[in-house]
Design a protein around this ligand. Structure first.
Ligand SMILES: [Zn+2]
Length: 461
C-alpha cells in the first residue's frame, strides 16, 4: 500500500464505522483496524469524517463569454478539489445541424490533460433527428455516456425539445437505460412574460428583479408536470435539473410514488438564497436560470431533500466574473446567467443540512456522492468507500469554522453568491485515485491528473 488513512470515522451512505483505509494504485484495497504497510504515507484522520469524494454531476466549466474565460478546466477543477469534489460531469452540446458524437469528442479533447480530477460528459441534444437518435443510443450502449441534456426552452435558438421530441427521446431511454436530463420551463409562456418585462419602463423600475418577475414559479412546475406525464406514458427515464420550486419537488415526489422513472436535483442557491437578492445593487450578479425563488420554495425544497424526494445536490456551476456580469447594461435578458459554486457545494450543504437541519452525515453523503454515482452510472467505481472502489476520498473536519470569502477560495471568480456565510465543517484533505490533490483549501495535485470515466446506463435509486 502507498497511502493509509488512520483513525477516521468512515461515513458512507449506508453506515458509519471507525476504521483505517489502505490504498494502493489508486484503489481502496483494505478497510479495517490497525492497517500497516512499510513505506506507506500515513494520514491521521482522528476526529475527522472520511467520506467518498463529492460528485458534482452538473457543471459548465471553461466557458468562453464576451472575449474571455472566467475559469478554465484546470482552475475550475482545482477549485472543485479544494472543496472536496473528486468527480465532475460537464456537458458537450451538439451544434445545430451537426453530430452529437463530434461535440463530445471535441469537448473531451478540450478537457484532456487539463482537468485535475476525474470527469465525464453528458451529451447535450439541440437537434433531434434520426442521426442524433442513433448516436444517443450508441453513446449509451458503447460510448460510456448514458445521460443527455434537453431543453424545454430556448425556442428562438432552435434548441427546444418540444413535446414530440421529448416523447421520442424518452421512448429510446425506456429501451436503452439512458436518462434525459431535462431543463423544464414553459417556453411559450416564458417568452411571453419576458417580452412583457423587456421594456425600458419596466427595466428602469425593477432592474434585475425583472428576471424574477418574468419567471413565476408556474413556468417551471407546469413543464415538470408535463415531463412527468411523458415519462409515465413512455416508460422513459427523466431527471429534472436544478429544481427551484416547492411545487416541482412535490410533482416529482408524487410521480415517483406512482412508479414513474423520474428523479431530480436541487442546488445550494435554491436552498440558501431567495429572489430578494435581485433587489440588491449587484442583483444582476445572481442571475441564473432558473432564478432563486421565495422562502416558501426553499423550505419546500428542504423538505423534499429530507424526505428523499430530491435525490441529488449539484451546483449547476456556470461561472461569470463581475466584469462579465456587468456587461448587462441594465437589460435583464443580456445578463450572462450562471453562478460559481462547485468549490462550496460540500461545506455549504454540510453546514446547512447536517449542522442546521439535522440530516445524518450518511444522508449527506448519499446526496452529494452516492446517489449521483448510482443514477449516472459511476457506481461502485465512484460514490462509496469500499474495497475495489477508486480511492476518491475527502477527509472532512466537521468542526472547522470558515467564513466564505471569494478572496480565499481557490476559484478565480471575483465574487461569491455565498460571500460572508458562516460555515461549520470544511474539507481538510482531498484524495483523487489515491493522490492527495488538495489540502486545507489549497490545490497540491498535478495538472491533468483527471481522467475521463466511462459510465454505464440503467442507473437507479
Ligand atoms: Zn446547467
Amino acid at each position: 500500500m502507498n497511502l493509509i488513512i488512520k483513525n477516521g470515522r468512515i461515513i458512507t451512505a449506508e453506515k458509519t464505522v471507525s476504521a483505517d483505509i489502505g490504498i494502493e494504485k489508486g484503489k481502496i484495497v483494505k478497510i479495517g483496524k490497525g492497517i500497516k504497510s512499510a513505506g506507506a504515507r500515513v494520514i491521521d484522520a482522528k476526529g475527522k469524517f472520511v467520506m467518498p469524494g463529492g460528485i458534482d454531476m452538473h457543471v459548465h466549466l471553461n466557458l468562453f463569454f464576451c472575449g474571455s474565460y472566467s475559469e478554465n478546466w484546470d482552475t475550475a477543477t482545482q477549485a472543485a478539489s479544494c472543496g472536496g469534489v473528486t468527480t465532475i460531469i460537464d456537458f458537450a452540446f451538439q451544434k445545430k445541424g451537426d453530430s452529437l458524437k463530434k461535440a463530445i469528442e471535441e469537448r473531451k479533447a478540450d478537457a484532456e490533460g487539463k482537468v485535475a480530477i476525474d470527469y465525464s460528459l453528458h451529451g447535450g441534444i439541440t437537434d433531434w433527428n434520426e442521426q442524433t437518435k442513433n448516436e444517443m443510443n450508441d453513446l449509451t450502449i458503447n460510448g460510456g455516456i448514458p445521460s443527455f441534456k434537453m431543453f424545454m426552452i430556448y425556442k428562438s435558438q432552435g434548441w427546444m425539445a418540444d413535446d414530440g421530441i421529448l416523447f421520442s427521446a424518452l421512448e429510446q431511454t425506456a429501451k436503452t437505460g439512458a436518462i434525459i436530463m431535462l431543463y423544464a420551463e414553459s417556453a411559450f409562456i416564458l417568452d411571453l412574460l419576458v417580452e412583457r418585462y423587456h421594456t425600458k419602463e419596466m427595466m428602469k423600475k425593477y432592474g434585475a428583479y425583472c428576471h424574477t418577475l418574468s419567471r413565476p414559479c408556474f413556468t417551471e412546475y407546469e413543464a415538470v408536470q408535463r415531463a412527468a406525464m411523458w415519462a409515465k406514458v413512455t416508460g422513459g427515464r427523466v431527471y429534472i435539473v436544478h429544481t427551484s420550486t416547492s411545487e416541482s419537488a412535490e410533482i416529482v415526489a408524487k410521480a415517483k410514488k406512482e412508479g414513474v422513472q423520474i428523479w431530480n436535483e436541487t442546488c445550494p442557491q435554491y436552498l440558501l438564497l431567495t429572489d430578494d437578492v435581485y433587489k440588491k445593487a449587484n442583483g444582476h450578479y445572481y442571475a441564473c436560470c432558473p432564478q432563486m425563488k421565495k422562502k416558501h420554495d426553499a423550505q419546500g425544497l428542504l423538505k423534499a431533500v429530507k424526505s428523499g424526494a430530491v435525490s441529488v445536490l449539484s451546483t449547476d456551476t456556470c461561472t461569470f466574473n463581475t466584469k462579465q456580469k456587468n456587461m448587462w447594461e441594465g437589460d435583464f435578458t443580456k445578463i450572462p446567467y450562471g453562478l460559481p459554486g462547485v468549490e462550496t457545494l460540500l461545506p455549504t450543504m454540510f453546514t446547512f443540512l447536517v449542522g442546521k437541519n439535522k440530516i445524518s452525515p450518511n444522508k449527506f453523503v448519499s446526496l452529494v456522492s452516492t446517489n449521483p454515482a448510482k443514477l449516472f452510472g459511476l457506481y461502485p467505481q465512484k460514490g462509496d468507500i469500499k474495497v475495489g472502489s477508486d480511492a476518491d476520498i475527502v477527509i472532512f473536519d466537521p468542526n472547522k469554522k470558515v467564513t466564505i470569502d471569494y478572496k480565499k477560495l481557490a476559484t478565480k471568480c471575483d465574487w461569491s453568491p455565498f460571500q460572508g456565510m458562516k460555515l461549520t465543517g470544511y474539507p481538510e484533505t482531498t484524495i483523487s485515485r489515491g493522490e492527495i490533490v488538495a489540502e486545507n483549501g489549497k490545490f497540491v495535485g498535478k495538472k491533468g491528473h483527471g481522467r475521463f470515466v466511462p459510465r454505464k446506463p440503467g442507473g437507479k435509486l
